[in-house]
Design a protein around this ligand. Structure first.
Ligand SMILES: [Zn+2]
Length: 269
């Protein structure tokens, strides 16, 4: 009997310890508001995040860190960056009167400023900037994380304001960009870029073709879509699938004209 009693006490004791331990672990666990850290690799980052969690930058509303993609980072400490911010006063200063103009349709509050890591054509990691509609910001973070994980090559990603909001100059420089308060090419209606719900990727390798118009200058060598060259978006590739799986449409699927660089998402009413 004594032995059974001791065993019972031991079992009960162990159970209580286990429950207490689990409660402590649960209490320590990151809640849903914080980034999704799945890898051991991210432990340092969690510590850093917690140390600064009283937000040195209160405008950061989503700071997502990618899972470790196959030892890419063993040689250096660089972390990929995937952040969503509000349009701060500093950013307003950069875009007001250039890509942004006072208008009845889209306000600064509707827009978000993203930073995304990517691999350039030389295989080096870079951090790009994008301004997009807040309704598609999470989509784009997910998409750019996928492109990064597959080392999908993007020539450069900078705000179109670097080109004085001139789409032709941005395209000719093979720049990837999204928001620009402008009209559609050869039309009088606002482009979906004006709402921040469209993005152009690697424009030089992915021209806009309407009748005899081929944009940008220099993209004629990429008209044959059967012969793959770096930077080209091909139906069914990583880039195409990343967008299509999130409900975006591709300009390369259009019939009346082709806009191979262009993806857009219709917002739900
Ligand atoms: Zn476009």
């Amino acid at each position: 009997m004594k032995a059974i009693k001791r065993l019972t006490i031991l079992v009960v004791g162990c159970s209580i310890s286990l429950i207490i331990t689990l409660s402590i672990i649960d209490y320590m666990h990151l809640d849903d508001q914080q980034p999704d850290y799945n890898s051991k690799y991210a432990i340092n980052e969690i510590e850093k995040y917690e140390a600064s969690s009283e937000a040195s930058n209160p405008s950061v509303i989503n700071d997502v860190v990618l899972k470790e993609p196959e030892n890419v980072f063993e040689e250096n400490d660089l972390m990929p960056v995937f952040t969503i911010n509000f349009i701060t006063e500093a950013i307003k200063t950069r875009i007001n009167g250039i890509s942004y103009h006072e208008n009845p349709y889209i306000s600064y509050e509707d827009l978000r400023y993203l930073q995304v890591s990517y691999f350039d054509f030389n295989g080096n990691t870079q951090v790009g900037e994008l301004i997009v509609n807040e309704k598609v910001a999470n989509d784009l973070i997910g998409i750019f994380k996928e492109l990064y994980a597959h080392q999908y090559a993007i020539n450069k990603i900078q705000l179109i304001d670097a080109y004085d909001a001139d789409d032709n100059l941005s395209m000719e420089d093979n720049n990837t960009s999204a928001f620009n308060y402008r009209y559609m090419t050869n039309h009088k209606t606002l482009s979906n870029h004006a709402y921040g719900i469209a993005i152009d990727i690697n424009p030089l390798q992915n021209p806009y073709i309407s009748g005899k118009t081929v944009l940008p200058e220099g993209s004629q060598t990429f008209l044959n879509r059967e012969v793959y060259q770096q930077g080209m978006i091909i139906k069914g590739d990583i880039c195409y699938n990343a967008f299509i799986s999130r409900g975006w449409t591709w300009g390369g699927d259009w019939i009346s004209l082709k806009d191979y660089q262009h993806f857009e998402k219709k917002l739900q009413e």
